[in-house]
Write a protein that binds this ligand. Structure first.
Ligand code: ADP
Length: 497
């Protein structure tokens, strides 16, 4: 019986593989970290071969350890770090350079030029994005302009490019499939999210040769099979690849947010919030419009926003201030005081993201009195993450023109009961943390299962879903939230040019 699904979760710091039962239970996992290269301040690179090899090894080990017969695996699904750009040779599969990682700021100047030259509105209208170095398009341009020999090879039509989904797919299929799913395409600044096609004018503007680009495809369906001769994967040859999505969209899918109005927040180092809007909605609050997924000819759109510093503020308490020894310790301390004692912590270490968009804001702790203890600071830190998430969600509600009815959560810091309860109090809606915390990998597995015909529709998946832990609104936080807005104003526009 084909009772298993294999998810490959290619992240920013490690490559993981998880074998799930079709009911969503984790059977086995394997994970390999890989090297982060920082060649200059603000630059971040990965070796594409290391990404590939760690991912292949993780997949092989995961299946080998499980003891499951490969014949019982219905399909493979991919989830990946988004926006990271790879260019490789069509014939040999050799990358022409390191991958330029999503975090890399090397194309910031060109993006400023795009803004000054008046391209912002076109970019937003076609791609749903703001012109930023984050996205892949300008990274391909950088490789074309700066890596020796690339221009000549490009002229001879010898090169291909793609985000990590595309790089993995090409390698897994032995070079047969050069495709990229919509949820990854939409993060390049080259893709028209309404026409679901590469945009010639944007490719020209960003000087990306169109013959480099992968074929845009839906997130579920026939994406090829694992070829013979793929290193480490001899035993998996012939397995069909049936689903793929960028990590955040995969998590939204894995959380079962299939209906407009449903949303999830991932509490990691930063927060990533995605709201299913059904149709494409243009933001007036600096949020991004992206493709959630394309399934059976139907496209679901999302609004996306992020809090730059969330879990990182907990790490700061641990690593820089030393007032906690480990992240979990923050919860006991926060709960040891009846309230925040008037203390507010705005973790604007690197400025503020949506909806505030203030790159000159800086971190602030305000309201300190002689009676303030480290417990108050711990509590203010967790509350601060919840306030920033609430600000973001309020902006999403305005853009979408409808209030949310609940929030699903995941990520390392979502285990904090205190913070989840506070979040429910602030938003006035239930917050739910699922039993399967591996939402990203599970989302990829679900897309693969749909593509393999295990379920007819996403909704059919929900019937097996076990309820998660629910936090219902209990306390009125109106006063505290108003005070937070005041603290936020003090943090804004702090640095000067
Ligand atoms: P990322 O994928 O961004 O690396 P994770 O989803 O692994 O992040 O989450 C890591 C974050 O979760 C860290 O910033 C850490 O401080 C926080 N964290 C881990 N355990 C706890 C806990 N028990 N309570 C609160 N925060 C936690």
């Amino acid at each position: 019986m084909k009772n298993y699904l294999l998810a490959l979760d290619q992240g920013t710091t490690s490559s993981r593989a998880i074998l799930f039962t079709t009911g969503g239970e984790v059977v086995s996992t394997a994970q390999y970290p890989f090297t982060q290269h920082y060649p200059q301040p603000g630059w971040v690179e990965h070796d594409p071969m290391e990404i590939l090899n760690t991912q292949l090894k993780a997949a092989a080990d995961c299946v080998a350890q499980s003891g499951v017969d490969v014949k019982d695996i219905a399909a493979v699904g991919l989830a990946n770090q988004r926006e990271t750009a790879v260019v490789w040779e069509r014939k040999t599969g050799k990358p022409v350079s390191n991958a330029i990682v999503w975090q890399c700021r090397r194309t910031a100047d060109f993006c400023s030029w795009l803004q000054v030259a008046g391209h912002t509105d076109t970019i937003r209208a076609k791609t749903g994005l703001v012109a930023d170095a984050y996205f892949s398009g300008t990274k391909y341009r950088w490789i074309l302009q700066n890596v020796p020999g690339v221009r000549e090879k490009a002229l001879r039509g010898e090169l291909l490019c793609g985000t990590v989904d595309s790089w993995l797919l090409w390698n897994l299929t032995g070079g047969k499939v050069h495709a990229s799913d919509y949820s990854n395409c939409c993060r390049t600044m080259l893709f028209d999210i309404h026409k679901l096609a590469w945009d010639e004018d944007l490719c020209r503007l960003m000087e990306v040769p169109m013959d480099w680009l992968p074929q845009p495809v839906e997130n579920s369906g026939d994406l090829g099979v694992i070829a013979n001769g793929v290193p480490y994967l001899e035993a998996l040859a012939g397995l069909p690849i049936r689903g793929a999505a960028g990590d955040q969209q995969a998590a939204l899918f894995g959380q079962g947010c299939f209906k407009p109005g449903q949303l999830k927040n991932t509490y990691g180092t930063g927060c990533f919030t995605l709201l299913n809007t059904g149709k494409a909605v243009t933001s007036r609050n600096g949020l991004l419009t992206c493709v959630g997924w394309g399934l059976k000819g139907e496209t679901t759109y999302v609004l996306e926003g992020s809090v730059f510093n969330a879990g990182s503020s907990i790490q700061w308490l641990r690593d820089e201030l030393g007032i906690i020894k480990s992240a979990p310790e923050i919860n006991g301390l926060a709960e040891s005081v009846p309230d925040n004692g008037g203390v507010y912590l705005v973790s604007a270490f690197t400025g503020l993201g949506s909806p505030h968009w203030d790159m000159f804001a800086r971190g602030t702790i305000i309201g300190i009195t002689r009676g303030t203890t480290k417990a108050h600071i711990c509590r203010a830190t967790l509350e601060g993450i919840a306030y920033q998430t609430a600000d973001l969600i309020r902006a999403m509600e305005k853009d979408a023109g409808q209030p949310i009815s609940g929030l699903r959560v995941d990520g390392g810091a979502s285990v904090s009961d205190f913070m989840m309860q506070y979040q429910a109090d602030l938003l006035g809606v239930p917050v739910e943390r699922p039993q399967v915390v591996e939402t990203t990998a599970w989302g990829a597995a679900c897309l693969a299962g749909l593509g393999a015909g295990l379920w007819d529709s996403p909704e059919a998946l929900l019937k097996d879903q076990k309820p998660g832990k629910l936090y219902l609104p209990q306390n009125d936080r109106t006063k505290e939230y108003a005070k937070w807005q005041k603290a936020l104003e003090r943090a804004k526009a702090w640095e000067e040019l």
